[in-house]
Design a protein around this ligand. Structure first.
Ligand code: CA
Length: 676
């Protein structure tokens, strides 16, 4: 909690500075005009954060500075229920109603709002699946707020009753039995009907996505003849309603060589009529911005299409705000990231993605930030009571990513993992609803800011793990991050004396210092080298399919899977809709000596009477070490030290999990048994 308090104090400081900045901005011409002063760069805006000036990003340039706020209405309604207020505030600290929230986004430089639409995100009893319960009615309401605030709207049809992404493109319930031709007709009619409703409600729709992240499938269809038939049906509907609306097709994974070029070619080969090739770009997974530019430029030039980044985001903290673990958090991505985890880091990331799209040329027309306002329905204080209150709000208003009701439609994902926001730390508001200065990035890129210059904020700190007798190999280059520029990989010079002192034949941990020269700055780097005796367990990380060295006893549903590994691609996973009660263990023969057994465990929903522990059995003697499963990727590391008195003794090491609460889940990974 200490870290969070400190963070909030910093934010309070930022708000003061921004307040002064806003007054100065008002004395200048409107930002739209600034970019058009001929032959001169615009005057940088006063700001505490540094944002570069990116030419060609004003309204006059037609550049889309978009935000996807699909969950905001559900969040707002949850707050209204919880304490009758709106937590969203402007930079002056004044509380905003839902319309005021959209005005704030516009004032901060946003000119486009993206909204996802699900066909029927409700169960048979009318309970919402969550994720904002975004049916067309919710979309119309938010679209009207956006239009009132002077912004255009991008409608993002998932053509599913719930989340659609590269791994999941489930057909809507009502279309389940349809042939491909019936599906195409239904998709055409549905698209047309929704767009007519939006138009009649006065929503200023500027662009429509036919599907969301349809990299591998759409609406349950997986072959490209069928997928493109559906694209064409949706496109035809848009053209018939309003020929001025741009038609976009949306894919992801630009980092996979040839992936997007291949999709663009399929669209061409099957004659899909569209205007904009849209792509998701999350720095954690999707490669460099240079690669993004290259991939999008190739498609823009080859097929004469406009391109946008339809989704991107970055985290301002690694903390969790609502009791539902985050996609990016402590323990998962807390090593040196692409950017600083701060409002400055977010602004730098957004500016880098805008620059990457501008580098495509005239056909690069916009960037959309994903879910800048999916903040906690109530800030989680670590107590079970608060978590229960949040869970109740997520269930009732659909303000979490999924409710338990979604399990009926999507049992394998939502049905197992439903809960709150996994991206509250990637919002452009703090957990209390105060805007971060990064919210102004779209305003700032049109002129640049005066913020302090570029400096190094981090250097990669490699941790190398070896077993006795291996050869030491120190990295020659390290990743360097900056407060306000894209990361670079630069050469490192290691301290030769320290490197020579690493004894690969003696177990221990060693530290080697190095120097990285980044422009004018010389920055110290640290490499940790760990030399250990070879582990004594077989398949300790569950990476091998052969599991015969383990004995599993008890309730079913516990096995090696690809779910949430601590490292590598596999782990030992457990889940049961009813009681979970099992042991998993491995027996080895050890010589006399001192040993340590350890492992990684994460999981949750085990209930208050759960009994979870690691154990070591030597004959009749059992040593156990309890641990508490504390949530998704909150890794626990139980450790047991023990002695073996003579050679050739059979020792069994294992884990026992007993949880009577329905739906307990978790993973075990990276077991280790070492002689010390
Ligand atoms: Ca969260």
């Amino acid at each position: 909690m200490k870290g969070k308090l400190k963070y909030l104090c910093i934010i309070a400081g930022l708000v003061l500075i921004v307040g002064i900045g806003a007054v100065l901005v008002l004395m200048r011409p409107a930002s739209n005009g600034i970019g058009s002063i001929s032959g001169r760069d615009p005057i940088p805006q006063e700001a505490d954060i540094y944002v570069p000036y990116i030419p060609g990003t004003t309204d006059a340039d037609g550049f889309m500075r978009g935000m996807d706020v699909s969950s905001v209405l559900a969040i707002y309604n949850s707050w209204q229920e919880a304490d009758g207020s709106s937590h969203f505030k402007n930079f002056e600290g004044e509380e905003l109603d839902i319309q005021g929230f959209f005005y704030l986004l516009h004032d901060a430089g946003t000119n486009y709002i993206r909204l996802r639409v699900w066909n029927d995100p409700f169960d048979a009893d009318g309970n919402g699946y969550g994720g904002g319960n975004n049916d067309i009615e919710a979309t119309i309401e938010m679209g009207q707020y956006a239009t009132n605030a002077g912004m255009k709207v991008l409608i993002d049809f998932h053509y599913s009753d719930f989340w659609a992404d590269p791994n999941k493109q489930m057909v809507p319930k009502a279309w389940e039995s349809y042939t491909i031709d019936e599906k195409a007709d239904a998709l055409y009619e549905y698209t047309k009907d929704c767009l007519i409703q939006l138009k009649e409600a006065g929503v200023d729709v500027g662009m429509v996505q036919i599907g969301n992240e349809t990299t591998n499938a759409l609406c349950g269809e997986k072959n490209w003849e069928n997928i493109t038939k559906l694209f064409s049906a949706g496109s035809r509907a848009v053209r018939e309603v309003d020929s001025d609306i741009l038609v976009a097709i949306h894919f992801t994974n630009p980092e996979q060589a040839g992936n997007l070029a291949n999709r663009a070619k399929k669209l061409y080969n099957y004659g899909v009529d569209y205007d904009v090739f849209a792509c998701s770009y999350y720095p954690f997974w999707h490669g460099t911005t240079e690669n993004l530019t290259e991939v999008l430029k190739d498609i823009a030039d080859t097929y004469d299409k406009k391109v946008v980044v339809a989704e991107t985001s970055w985290a301002f903290t690694l903390e969790d705000g609502d009791g539902n673990g985050n996609t990016v958090g402590v323990g998962s991505n807390d090593t040196v990231g692409d950017y600083e985890f701060s409002a400055q880091g977010q602004a730098t990331e957004i500016a880098a993605v805008i620059q990457a799209v501008k580098d495509v040329g005239d056909k690069g027309i916009g960037v959309f930030y994903w879910e800048p306002a999916w903040i906690p329905v109530q800030v989680y204080d670590g107590t079970q009571a608060t978590l229960a209150e949040n869970q109740a709000l997520w269930e009732k208003y659909g303000s979490g990513w999924a409710s338990s009701y979604a399990g009926a439609y999507d049992p394998n994902d939502a049905g197992r993992w439903y809960g709150g926001s996994a991206v509250d730390n990637q919002a452009l508001f703090d957990f209390e609803g105060n805007p971060l200065e990064s919210l102004n990035t779209y305003k700032y890129v049109q002129t640049g800011t005066t913020g302090s210059g570029i400096r190094v904020t981090g250097v990669e700190s490699p941790v190398l793990e070896y077993t006795l007798g291996d050869t030491l190999s120190l990295p020659t280059e390290l990743k360097v991050t900056y407060n306000a520029a894209s990361p670079e990989t630069l050469p490192v010079v290691w301290d030769e004396t320290e490197a020579a002192a690493v004894d690969m034949n003696t177990p221990g941990t060693y530290t080697v210092h190095g120097i990285v020269t980044a422009g004018e700055e010389e920055v110290e780097a640290v490499c940790a080298v760990s030399v250990q005796k070879a582990g004594l367990l077989k398949n300790p990380g569950f990476e091998d399919a052969d599991m015969t060295m383990y004995t599993v006893e008890g309730s079913s549903g516990n096995d090696r899977t690809g779910d949430d590994p601590h490292s590598g691609s596999y782990s030992f996973h457990f889940y049961n809709s009813g009681t979970v009660d099992f042991t998993v263990e491995q027996t080895v023969t050890l010589d006399a000596g001192h040993y340590v057994f350890s492992l990684y465990a994460q999981g949750g929903d085990v209930g208050s009477d759960a009994n979870t522990f690691a154990y070591v059995k030597i004959g009749d003697n059992v040593i156990s070490e309890p641990f508490t499963l504390a949530g998704w990727v909150a890794w626990q590391t139980p450790e047991i030290s023990f002695d073996v008195d003579e050679d050739g003794v059979e020792v069994t090491v294992g884990v026992s999990i007993t949880a009577t609460q329905d739906g307990a889940w978790g993973t075990l990974d990276d077991w280790q048994l070492l002689m010390n």
